[in-house]
Design a protein around this ligand. Sequence first.
Ligand code: GLN
Length: 493
Amino acid sequence: MAERYTQKGVPGPNAPENTLTIPHLRAAIASGAASAGDVVGQCFRSIRERDGEIHAFLSLCEERAREQAARIDGMAAAGDALPPLAGVPVGIKDVLMVAGLPATAGSRVLEGYVAPYTATAVRRLEEAGAVTLGKLNCDEFAMGSSNENSAYGPTRNPHAPDHVPGGSSGGSAAAVAAGMAVASLGTDTGGSIRQPASFCGVVGLLPTYGRVSRYGLIAFASSLDRIGPLTNSVRDAATVLGVMAGEDPLDATSSAQPVPDYCGLLEREEGVNGLRIGVPAEYFGEGLDPEVRAAAERALDGLREAGAEIKSLALPHTRFAVPAYYLIATAEASANLARFDGVRYGYRAPHAASLSGMYRETRDGGFGAEVKRRILLGTYALSAGYYDAFYKKAQQVRRLLAEDFLRVFGAEVDAIVTPVAPTPAFKLGEKTEDPLAMYLADIYTVTASLAGICGLSVPVGCSAAGLPIGVQVLGTHFDEETVFRVGEAIERG
Ligand code: GLN
C-alpha cells in the first residue's frame, strides 16, 4: 500500500489512502494542473471501469456534470475566486431530490419518478461549486444495514466484492471508497452513514439533528433522519458540513444556531491535548469482534499519546436502544410511507378492478419485504390499545437514553469513542434470512440517533482479512467541532 499522508503532508497510518481529497483537488484546479472537466471525466472513467461490479450508482447525469464543471473552469480561467467545493465531484444518495434527476429511494414504488425540485443540502453543495455525478444506490427507503434491500440489486464493497458495503448509504460509501466520487451525501436514521463508512474505510458524519435541512429528503423516520457527508478525510467532512449546514426556512426543524468555521478550527491544530474522552463499558461487551475491539483500543491509545484523558463511563440505558429505535423508526415510517399509494408518485399497479384494489396492488407490488415488515410493525406499535405499551414506552426510553448522554457531556467528558459496528463488513447474503441479527448489528449507532447528538466514523485500519474498520466519535448537540478535532487526531494515528 502506498504510504499515507495527512492533509498537511504528515505521514500517518490512518491518513486518507488516496489523494482524492478536497484540498488536493482545489490546489490542482487553482494551479491549472487539472481542470474541473478533467476531474469529472476521470470520475466517469472510474465509474465505467468499476461500477459494473460495485453497482454504487443507480443513475448518472454526465451531461449535467460536464456543464457544471465547465462553469467552474470558466471561473478559474477568468481568475475568479473559486467557491469552497469548486469542481468537487459528488454522488447523491437516491433518497435526496435533485431537480430533473430520478429519485427512487431504492424502491420499485418510485421507479420512473423524476424529482421536481432540489434538496436544500444538494442545492447548497452545487452553489458552492460541487459537481453532481449521479444518484447512489441504497437500501429501499433507507431501511437496512447492508444495501441488500435495494430493489435494484445490492452494492458491493470495493475492498471485498463478496462483502456488503454496509447500509443504508452503501452506494455513498462505496462510490467514495472506489474513487468514483470525491465526496457523497448519505442519510443516517440509525447508523446509515456511520456503518457503511466503517465497512468501506471512509469518513462518515452524522450531524446533530437540526444542523442540516431535511428539505427534499424522502422521509423514513422524520424525528431521526439526518443528511451527512461521506468523504476521504475528516477535513473534507468538515468542509462539506460547513457548506450545507444552517437554518432553512423550508425545514422547520432546521436549527438557527450559527454555523462555525469548522475548517478554520481544524487549521488551528489545537489537537486533543487536555480533552476528556469517554469510553462507555456498554459498547465493549458481548458480541464485539476482537479485531474491532483492538482497532478501537488502538485509536484510544493514539488519543492518549496525543494528550487526551481517557475515562471510562456508564451509559446504562444503552441496551434498550435497539428495541426503542425499531419501534419509533417503524412507527414513523408507517406514517411517512402512507403517501405511496399509486396516485401521487411513481408506480401504479395496472388493471386493478377498484380504487382500493389499486392501492393494495400498488403497495403490494411496489414495496419490498423489509419495507412491508416495517410498515406492519409500525402500524401495530401505533394502533389503539398498543400505543401506550409500545410507542409511548419507546419514547420514554428515548428520553432516558438522551439523558445518559447529557449527564456525561460537559460534566465528565468532551467526546465519547466507541466501535461503529460489532464486526467488519459481512458477506452478501449472510444476514438476509435473519432480520433480527441485522437489527442487532445497529447496537452502537442507534443510540446517537435517538439522542439527536452528532457522531463521526473514522477509519482505523483493517482486519487481518483486509476489511476496513472504523471507530465512532460522539459529541454533544451542535458540537461537531470537538468531534472533528478528535476524528482528525485518530486519522493521524
Ligand atoms: N440499519 C438501520 C435500519 O435499518 C438504520 C438505517 C438508517 O440509518 N437509515 O433502520
